[in-house]
Design a protein around this ligand. Sequence first.
Ligand code: TYD
Length: 204
Amino acid sequence: MDILKSFIVFEGLDGAGTTTQIGRLARYYEFNRRAYEATREPTSNPIGVLVRQVLQKKVTTTPEALAMLYAADRSDHLYNPAYGIVHLLEEGRIVISDRYLYSSIAYQSVECDPTLIRTINSFPAPEFLIFIDTPVEDCMERIEKRGEEKELFDRAEFLTAVRRNYLEELGRLPKGVNLLVVDGRRSIDETEAEIRSYLSSFSL
Ligand code: TYD
């Protein structure tokens, strides 16, 4: 299994706080003048934009077609010659991504055949995987507080299945992936400190 060095992936349920923590880490790298790039999936590239339209229920499709769109968006995100993650890593940057293939394994496997999801997501693994583990009830509360229109997957029963899939997958990560599971119920500052101290033990 290929491991992408200096590639840091954040995963968690909707509302878990990955975006906030990536913001904090990015600020830290900025302050220390480290060459980094923060990115996310679904991306803001054309395939990612289509995915978001499905999430916002503006476009309707099947769970399988959506799974393939996520995988297509990911392939472009990794390998696009102009802005792909592989290209950025080769330039010597640290790349931090808000979600990656583990989101597909956890979310799409609820409604699609898990073998299909695994097959279409045989992408290289990141060197670091940070999972912010937040109970479903807390995530639902945060989603409600945002006051935005609920997206396709913002339902408690669905997120319960997603969390189960995540935990199962974390138990069988390939060798070479460094996993940090943080308790998403702690304060933003405490979580930030824990993530930072973990990464700095690897000089990142
Ligand atoms: P997210 O960026 O967390 O949404 P937002 O910024 O709008 O809050 O991700 C969008 C949704 O897509 C989220 O419910 C998780 C889901 N998702 C998948 O189901 N599979 C995937 O492969 C990815 C990357 C995301």
